[in-house]
Write a protein that binds this ligand. Sequence first.
Ligand code: AMP
Length: 282
Amino acid sequence: MEILKTPSDVQAKCQKWRSLGETICLVPTMGYYHAGHEDLMAYGRTLCDHLVVSLFVNPTQFGPTEDLANYPRDHARDSAIAEKHGCDLLFMPEPKDMYCDDHATWVEVPTMSKVLCGVSRPIHFRGVCTVVLKLFHISCATDAVFGQKDWQQQAILQRMVRDLNVPIHLHTRPTVREADGLALSSRNVYLSPEERAQAPKIYEGLLFAKDVVQSGERSVPRLRERVLKKWAQEIPLGRLDYLAVVDPVSLESLETIEDRALMACAVRLGKARLIDNILLSC
Ligand code: AMP
């Protein structure tokens, strides 16, 4: 596995592969790997001739009060994991290599970026779209893999790719979870033992919502109320950021569940802000 730090080195290498007619799968990450990242890499490895993994804690997607400086990092361990999964090229740029001092171009899907996580993280998805489009260009990828855990992110990126005719296929992988249901996240390290004990109740609430819909409930306000009541009892340390039911593609808010719907949430537990989601179908 080759480790490269500059966009120009990566682009030169990837352009060469493409000129030979070879395909490239990109897995964008911020590092501190867990089994969710490993699943994306293993899947990406099966898709294309080359697997490129980017490891970049992208400053432009963090708000001024967020955890950019403290985001967990372990480059040595991460490199070993990427290599184990057959990564050909690990791209680890420095912020100065990705953003010129006078960087001024932003990519945004405003309608979809302002809902759900966008309410408390107003610049987040603008940073995500911008860095991911840059990574698509740098890696010349034919395919890229994202996780369902960040549903809003993959929905916004699908829209960006469609709207801007980006020549790439996006793939979404199911959320990898701990045995007790907690969605794996690099940020789970922020949880105290007491918070960690309550965290699996988030997904239990989403599974409960799925059952309630399957037994006939169609009203979103009533469904939300039942989940919130359960969480109030079972996650006393939690502070709700949002719990919403939206169209899975457009992310528009729904009042009634008629076909496919996405229930998505963010809950703060101590220093961690945990997100999760589930597809509800009737
Ligand atoms: P991150 O390093 O947190 O930016 O995540 C990099 C990629 O891994 C994104 O596409 C995430 O959606 C995906 N990912 C994060 N957690 C999980 C998980 N528990 N299961 C599957 N994919 C995940």
